[in-house]
Design a protein around this ligand. Structure first.
Ligand code: GLU
Length: 469
């Protein structure tokens, strides 16, 4: 049973890299009948923003991955952190350091000029038999943790394998600032331990924080969770993902007409695979996902794949769901008795809900103009006569209302008049939708009904297709 978490810092929106980490954490918890928890890492007041928290929570609601516990906010846990800082001080595992900013800067400069990695030099670290400097009046102390000075800090990462850091890579880092505020690596470790994490999945940009956090776990006598550091998502040319490539707010994907199922399916495959399977329902993800199989190398964002998946889910979710989701995009198919037919037709060609909306409007909205290029190409001298004859034919067949019936009367008409399909179909498409890029004429006529079809064709003729003469 895995207890996992997702712990965003609300310094901006939730981006897809974060959502992927959250998805992996969620899947692993659910697969093992464990728990998935959300924690908002908002200790850094200056950078935190309530709107960002709202946006993150909204994104989680949209994708449907609720937290199994009340959402924890680090800003509300300061008493807890203080308690553990005091405990470390009492037990001699942390100490007050009175080094001034100037002294620290001088130390750093010296180390850098000696080509050494800057690290705290232990001036205020209490040791048996060591005399500490006199406490200065003017300096408020920070609290530093006693990190090991020899040996190694080791752990097995579920993605990266055996990790080993020399103790000298971790100095006695600050766990509480002079104003008492606890620092990042300290609170993450305390929270993960107290929230019962068994498995911590996060981006591999946090790998270098892990030895520090292990120092905290050890100092407080907490068990260490299993870590999985997930490689980044890059753009197709292997560079850091930029906004242009897709590193945008998860909710922007909603605004662009993606279904959450498609986005999650896309993300699960960015960094994990099950043979060459591309389509995963949530149930399949839950059965098959295993963080031990996360790829070791970075993955590449592929927009075409996302569009392809979205098209797949648009085709396969219910029309009721589509109609409901379309409302977000200000598209409502009001009182139209052929709602199912419209959606069945239009969803076959839509990569996004916005494309679906356009396809629906293209049929349902009365054209306000006629595509010039199409008119030039397809509206010839004898087109109007032909359309008038066709109108007569369908007027005599007013009772027909399914595409195959329309086809059954149209095909003989084409043959009898020696027409080629585009000669009839394109002028009809132009009359009904204003352009040539529309689905099957039989479907459009069936959806609009004979009356509306006749009206639109008559209007187009009376306006002479906007030809101006
Ligand atoms: N708050 C960190 C972030 O947003 C994540 C910390 C963690 O996962 O350990 O990058």
């Amino acid at each position: 049973m895995a207890i996992t978490r997702f712990a965003p810092s609300p310094t901006g929106y939730l981006h897809i890299g974060g959502l992927r980490t959250a998805l992996y954490s969620y899947l692993w918890a659910k697969k093992t009948n464990g728990e998935f928890k959300l924690r908002i890492e908002d200790t850094d007041n200056a950078r935190n923003n309530e709107d960002a928290v709202r946006a993150i929570l909204e994104a989680f609601e949209w994708v449907g991955m609720p937290s199994d516990c009340e959402i924890e906010y680090q800003s509300k846990r300061f008493d807890i952190y203080k308690k553990y800082i005091d405990k470390l001080l009492e037990e001699g595992n942390a100490y007050k350091c009175y080094m001034s900013r100037e002294e620290l800067d001088a130390l750093r400069a010296k180390q850098e000029s000696n080509k050494e990695t800057p690290r705290y030099d232990g001036t205020w670290r209490p040791e048996d038999g060591k005399t500490l400097p006199a406490i200065p009046d003017s300096v408020e102390p920070v609290i530093r943790i006693k990190a090991p000075t020899t040996g190694t800090i080791e752990f097995t990462d579920g993605v990266k394998g055996a990790m080993r850091f020399d103790a000298n890579q971790v100095d006695d880092f600050v766990i509480a600032r002079s104003n008492g505020a606890p620092t990042y690596n300290f609170v993450v470790a305390v929270d993960d331990a107290l929230m019962g994490m068994t498995d911590v999945l996060r981006g591999d940009d946090h790998l270098s924080n892990t030895p520090k956090q292990i120092v905290v776990y050890n100092a407080l006598g907490f068990g260490i969770p299993k870590f999985f550091h997930i490689p980044m998502i890059n753009n197709p040319s292997g560079k850091k993902l930029s906004k242009r490539d897709g590193a945008m707010d998860v909710m922007e994907y909603k605004r662009l007409g993606f279904l959450p199922e498609a986005l999650l399916n896309f993300l699960v495959r960015l960094g994990w695979s099950n043979g060459d399977q591309e389509i995963f329902s949530m149930d399949e993800m839950l059965t098959l996902f295993d963080p031990n199989n996360i790829n070791k190398s970075a993955s590449a964002y592929n927009e075409e794949k996302l569009l392809w998946l979205n098209a797949h889910y648009i085709k396969n979710v219910s029309n009721e769901r589509l109609a409901n989701d379309l409302k977000f995009h200000d598209c409502e198919i009001h009182g139209h008795d052929k709602k199912e037919m419209i959606l069945d037709l239009c969803k076959e060609r839509a990569n996004t809900l916005l494309e679906l909306k356009d396809a629906i409007s293209n049929i349902l909205d009365i054209p306000t103009s006629y595509d010039n290029k199409g008119v030039k190409k397809f509206i010839k001298e004898d087109t109007v006569d032909m359309l008038n004859s066709y109108c007569k034919l369908i007027e005599q067949n007013k009772e027909l209302h399914i595409p195959v019936d329309i086809e059954a009367i149209t095909k003989p008409f084409i043959e009898e008049n020696g027409l080629k399909f585009p000669q009839l179909f394109q002028p009809i498409r132009i009359s009904l939708t204003g352009g040539t890029n529309a689905p099957s004429v039989y479907d459009i006529i069936a959806i609009l009904g004979v009356e509306e079809t006749l009206q639109r064709i008559e209007t187009a003729i009376s306006k002479n297709f906007d030809k101006g003469d």
